[in-house]
Design a protein around this ligand. Sequence first.
Ligand SMILES: [Zn+2]
Ligand SMILES: [Zn+2]
Length: 187
Amino acid sequence: MKRIPWDQYFMAQSHLLAMRSTCTRLMVGATIVRDKRIIAGGYNGSVSGGVHCIDEGCYIIDGHCVRTIHAEANALLQCAKFGVPTDGAEIYVTHFPCLQCCKQIIQSGIKTVYYAKDYKNHPYALDLFKNAGVETRKVELTELLIDPNYQEKDAYIHHLLEELKRQTNDQEMYQALKTEAESLFRL
Ligand SMILES: [Zn+2]
Ligand SMILES: [Zn+2]
């Protein structure tokens, strides 16, 4: 039995949250963790009870959707709403935080930012994090945690590749397809 590492578990949670995003411009999820416990989560979306970008289209001003509260801010505000301290906590985000979120993360006392994807990593955000002593670490989701059929799919792809190998004389094509399958399915 293989246990899921903590960073993979929390990052998977952020990827799940991202799937709840209502702004179509970018699906982002954020999970705030303290002492290996999830204390809050958020995703890109409108204020509670408001219309959603997925229904009405984004409200764009100067190239930004002004309807959306970012995932990181939503997670922090959930802590504010319920009175949960964020000092010394960690945050797991699917995308590197924007400048506004960067400042809010620092100001809330969060000490480590784990992110899965680089996203317009602003040099000023990097400076701010560094000066505030906030560590940023890239954690890509390497386990296929959020697909309940991943083992069956891996086995199926293996089977297809074996069959292909048996039936084809085109080694070049077989190798190319095998390489692609390995990169997509982490076989
Ligand atoms: Zn939007
Ligand atoms: Zn942001």
